[in-house]
Design a binder for this molecule. Structure first.
Ligand code: PLP
Length: 451
C-alpha cells in the first residue's frame, strides 16, 4: 500500500538507527480505513493533517505506518505512552494478567488493585494516601470536584484561563479554551482566574501577582468561601505553559484561607516527565489536597486515579460510590509496570537530561528562526510557540499547520495545540534519546527554512 506522505528528499535528516522491523501489515488499505473513519467516526479530527497518516505499529519511541515507514513520536499518543510503545515489561505484565483474569467487580478482593494503590500512595508526598481508580482524566477531575464540594460544603471552584481538565459536562465547565467549548450548560459555580503564563500573561513571570488576582476573584465573585482550586502544573493542551514562578505557594495560601482545597491535575505531568520532580506540583514546593492522574499512568491503557487524604476521603465513606472498570486488574498490572520501569530505567533523570538537550537545541533554532516566539517547558514537556512578530506575538497559525504537516512528511510526528493552535507540543515517550532530539531539531530546522 503506497504511502500518501510526500517522500522525504534524499538529503532529509535521517532517523537514529533502531533495530526493529514490524510485522507486515495485513489490514485494509489506508484509503479504505480513511473512508470508514469519515463515514462512521468523527471526521472533524482530520483538521490536523491534510494527508492523514495511518499508524499500525509502535516500538518504544517510534511509530510505523502501514508501509513499514518509521516515524519519531514526539507526542506519545497525547502523553499517554509514558515509558515507550509496547514496552516489554508493560506487555509482559498485561499479558500475564489478561490470561488469568480480565475483570470482576471491586466487591471482591484483588491483589493487583490493592498492591497498586499502596505502590502509588508510596509515590505521594504528605498525607495523600487514599486512592480511587477511574478510567479517564475527565472522570478523575469530576470526582475531585465532587470531593472538594462535599468536604468543604462550599460550591465555588476556581480554575484558570487556558486550562484543560477534560470534556465531561462538569470538566468542560473548567475549560479555559474556547476551542473546546460547546454551547451547552456547564460550569455552574466555576470562576476562571488569570492565566499565570510567563510568555503571554499580563503579569509576566510574577506568580504572586496572579495569586492576588485569585484573592480578588474570590472576594468579588464568590460568597467568600470556596470549595477549591484546580490547576495543571504545566498547562498541557493549552500549549505546554509552565506556571509563573512562585504562583502555587501563593495561590494555595489564598485558596486555603478561603476554606478551599487545592487540586493538582497531573494528568500530563506526573511520573517524572518534568525531570526535576516526580510530580509537577513539586517543582513549586507545594503539597495539594487532591491529585488527579491519567494518561501516562497506564502507558496508554484506560486508567486514571484520584489520590487524596484520609480526611477528605471520609466524605465518600458514608455513601455508595463505585466505578465499573476503575481499577481493572489488567490496567492495574500496566500501571504497576509503569511505576517499576520509570524507577528501574531512571526515566525521570532521562527526562531531565534529554529535556535539557531539547531546550538547548530549540533555543538555538529560536536564535535562527524569528518565527519562534517562545521555547519553554520542563523535562520532556516542552512547547514551541510560533508568532508572526515577536513584539506583537501575533500567532502564526497557518505557518504552524504547514510546518506540522511537513515534519510529518519528514518522519517527525509532533503535537500541536495552544489556545490559537500555534504551539508545537513535544511530549514524547520518556525513553527519548539525545539522538532523537537531534533528529527533531534537524527536521524542524528544515521545515522552518522551507517556509
Ligand atoms: N486533564 C488534563 C491536564 C488533560 O490534558 C486531559 C486530556 O487531555 C484531561 C484532564 C482529560 O483526560 P481524558 O481525555 O482522559 O478524559
Amino acid at each position: 500500500h503506497a504511502s500518501q506522505a510526500a517522500p522525504a528528499p534524499a538529503e532529509a535528516p535521517q532517523l537514529p538507527p533502531f533495530d526493529y522491523t514490524p510485522p507486515p501489515y495485513t489490514g485494509p488499505p489506508k484509503e479504505e480505513v480513511l473512508a470508514l473513519r469519515k463515514k462512521f467516526l468523527n471526521p472533524a479530527i482530520f483538521h490536523h493533517f491534510k494527508q492523514p497518516v495511518m499508524i499500525v505499529d509502535g516500538k518504544m519511541q517510534y511509530l510505523f505506518d502501514e508501509t513499514g515507514r518509521r516515524y519519531l513520536d514526539a507526542f506519545g499518543g497525547i502523553v499517554t505512552v509514558s515509558v515507550g510503545h509496547c514496552h516489554p515489561e508493560v506487555n509482559a505484565a498485561v499479558i500475564e494478567q489478561t490470561q488469568r483474569l480480565q475483570h470482576t467487580t471491586s466487591i471482591y478482593l484483588h491483589h493487583q488493585i490493592a498492591e497498586y494503590a499502596a505502590e502509588l500512595a508510596a509515590k505521594m508526598p504528605g498525607n495523600l494516601k487514599n486512592v480511587y481508580f477511574v478510567n479517564s482524566g475527565s472522570e478523575a477531575n469530576d470526582m475531585a470536584m465532587m470531593m472538594a464540594r462535599l468536604y468543604t460544603g462550599a460550591h465555588d471552584i476556581i480554575t484558570l484561563r487556558n486550562a484543560y481538565h477534560g470534556l465531561s459536562e462538569a470538566t468542560m465547565g473548567l475549560l479555559g479554551q474556547h476551542t473546546w467549548k460547546f454551547p451547552v450548560p456547564q460550569g455552574a459555580g466555576v470562576h476562571h482566574a488569570l492565566n499565570p503564563n510567563p510568555y503571554r500573561g499580563v503579569f509576566g513571570n510574577d506568580g504572586p501577582a496572579y495569586a492576588r488576582d485569585v484573592a480578588d476573584l474570590i472576594s468579588a465573585a464568590t460568597p467568600g468561601r470556596v470549595a477549591g482550586f484546580i490547576h495543571e502544573t504545566v498547562q498541557g493542551v493549552g500549549g505546554a505553559v509552565p506556571l509563573a514562578d512562585g504562583y502555587l505557594p501563593a495561590v494555595y495560601k489564598t485558596v486555603r484561607e478561603a476554606g478551599g482545597v487545592c487540586i493538582a491535575d497531573e494528568v500530563q505531568t506526573g511520573f517524572g516527565r518534568t525531570g526535576s520532580a516526580y510530580w509537577g506540583f513539586q517543582n513549586q514546593g507545594v503539597v495539594p489536597d487532591i491529585v488527579t492522574m491519567a494518561k501516562g499512568i497506564g502507558n496508554g491503557l484506560p486508567l486514571a486515579a484520584v489520590v487524596t487524604t484520609p480526611e477528605i476521603a471520609q466524605v465518600l465513606a458514608s455513601r455508595l460510590h463505585f466505578n465499573t472498570y476503575g481499577g481493572n486488574p489488567v490496567s492495574c498490572a500496566a500501571g504497576r509496570a509503569v511505576l517499576r520501569v520509570v524507577e528501574n530505567e531512571g526515566l525521570q533523570q532521562n527526562c531531565a537530561d534529554v529535556g535539557g538537550h531539547l531546550l538547548l537545541k530549540l533555543r538555538a533554532l529560536q536564535a535562527k528562526h524569528s518565527i519562534i516566539g517562545d521555547v519553554r517547558g520542563m523535562g520532556l514537556m516542552v512547547g514551541v510557540e510560533l508568532v508572526k512578530d515577536r513584539d506583537t506575538k501575533e500567532p502564526a497559525v497557518h505557518e504552524t499547520a504547514v510546518v506540522f504537516e511537513r515534519c510529518k512528511d519528514l518522519g517527525l510526528l509532533l503535537g500541536k495545540g495552544g489556545l490559537y493552535g500555534n504551539v508545537f507540543r513535544v511530549k514524547p515517550p520518556m525513553c527519548w534519546t539525545h539522538a532523537d532530539v537531534d533528529f527533531l531539531a534537524a527536521v524542524l530546522d528544515q521545515a522552518l527554512s522551507e517556509l
